[in-house]
Ligand binder design. Structure first.
Ligand SMILES: *Cc1c(COP(=O)(O)O)cnc(C)c1O
Length: 428
């Protein structure tokens, strides 16, 4: 459920008209709904917490990479969320938005010594370590600082998550995690290292998962591993089950499994684990809490197709060109029930700058406002300035209030990011 609904024929974000917002902010822009963000967090939290799942309250570490805007993280921080970060930049963002270090998990295959130092200095909750070499570097770095880092080894369970290849992470050929059958050896080696304490197992098999079966297979393997490790004398007190649960992108398709059914499956599989659980949802929290609003520049009748050319482009929302992703399209003020079939494209000089091909949708004309739904995750954060287009601004709505949470830069600011070397400024 979300809070982008029509009122008097005009699409609103909560109580704010998108027509009014577009008049103030200009297009294109991203718009997030606070009520939707909060609702998604609540629904997920309820689904994975006691009494539905046994044991103690889990840590819900929001995957910051899905949407790292300070206002988004701060909204979730107020609800008690932790953060899953994959770089020192994300660590700083999470801390700046009010997430305590004691609720921060550091994931990722390429943590550098400097990043480890920054996270160790904050005494974060956990490092999810993805190789023995990384464990050795963390050990050396922590020991030099007089710290002991809590570590979970991320295991690769070799299951096919059944999602797009570019967001599948749990197959043996993917770069992520250590092969699950080598985990006992990794824990044994880690035990000999100072500065780290291997207390848990982590798994994350991919994103936009629409079937619980691969997740259940992965969790089951983690359960077997935990038993195996304990039999080998390792004290395992934590398990991190990652993120990945999919969200509905297509309004006319069956919805992915609900957080409730995910929670039921998870509770059944983990009931005897006796560990502190962590989850790392990203897309599930922010995906349907955001839209991209754009204006139609003009219609162009091609030889075979009609093109709707809009003022947003692949630099603003890259998911269609990167992942062949589908985003539902809606008119902000539909013209009755009039429909059209068209290709929706941006102004960037790439054929890949196509949002939708031969899409059946509400009729749009030059000057009309339209939106792409489900643009709250992996959208604004992947925006860039290709074709010297200004970075897309972001707006957050809460009831009848709204605020720009990232302003559109000026062209002067865009150009001022570059520096011309002295030798080009010297008079000949
Ligand atoms: C990207 C990522 C997540 C979040 O994935 P979603 O599909 O957005 O829930 C969680 N954990 C790790 C390690 C990730 O890389």
């Amino acid at each position: 459920m979300d809070h982008f609904q029509y009122r008097d024929g005009v699409l609103h974000a909560e109580d704010v008209s998108l027509e009014a917002l577009a008049a103030e902010v200009g297009t294109p822009f991203y718009c997030y709904s606070t009520a939707t963000l909060e609702r998604h967090f609540d629904v997920f939290q309820k689904a994975v917490s006691p009494p539905i799942a046994g044991g103690t309250a889990p840590l819900i570490a929001y995957a910051v990479k899905a949407n790292p805007n300070q206002a988004v993280i701060a909204t979730l921080a107020r609800k008690g969320a932790g953060a899953d970060v994959v770089s020192v930049g994300e660590l700083k963002r999470a801390l700046a938005a009010g997430i305590p270090a004691s609720r921060i998990v550091f994931s990722g295959v390429g943590k550098t010594r400097e990043e480890m130092q920054a996270a160790l200095a904050e005494d974060i909750f956990q490092f999810n370590v993805e190789s023995h070499a990384e464990a050795e570097l963390l050990s050396e770095t922590a020991a030099a600082m007089g710290k002991v880092a809590k570590v979970a080894f991320r295991v690769n369970p070799d299951v096919d998550a059944g999602t797009h290849a570019k967001i599948s992470t749990g197959r043996a050929e993917n770069k992520f995690g250590i092969a699950i059958d080598t985990a006992p050896a990794a824990f044994a080696r880690a035990k000999t290292l100072p500065g780290i304490e291997a207390v848990g197992v982590a798994v994350h098999i991919g994103s936009q998962l629409t079937d619980l079966a691969p997740l259940e297979r992965a969790f089951t393997r983690v359960g077997e591993l935990i038993a195996n490790l304990r039999a080998g004398g390792h004290a395992i007190s934590r398990a991190d089950l990652g993120g990945g649960l999919g969200v509905p992108y297509l309004s006319d398709q069956p919805d992915p499994p609900s957080p409730a059914s995910y929670g039921e499956m998870m509770a059944r599989v983990t009931k005897d684990w006796d560990v502190c659980l962590t989850f790392e949802p990203g897309r599930l929290i922010t995906g349907n809490a955001g839209i991209l609003v754009s204006r139609v520049v003009r219609l162009k009748e091609g030889k075979e197709r009609c093109f709707v050319i809009i003022d947003a482009a692949m630099n603003d929302l890259i998911r269609p060109s990167l992942y062949d992703a589908w985003h539902d399209i809606q008119a902000v003020r539909p013209r009755g029930n009039e429909q059209m079939r068209a290709d929706v494209v941006g102004p960037v000089c790439e054929t890949g700058d196509t949002f939708a091909e031969q899409r059946d949708m509400a009729r749009l004309e030059a000057g009309d406002l339209m939106v792409f739904r489900t643009a709250g995750a992996y959208s604004a954060t992947m925006a860039n300035s290709y074709n010297s287009r200004l970075l897309t601004p972001e707006v957050m709505v809460s009831g009848d209030r709204w605020a720009q949470i990232r302003a559109r830069p000026t062209y002067e600011q865009l150009i001022a990011q570059d520096t011309v070397p002295d030798w080009l400024n010297q008079e000949e």
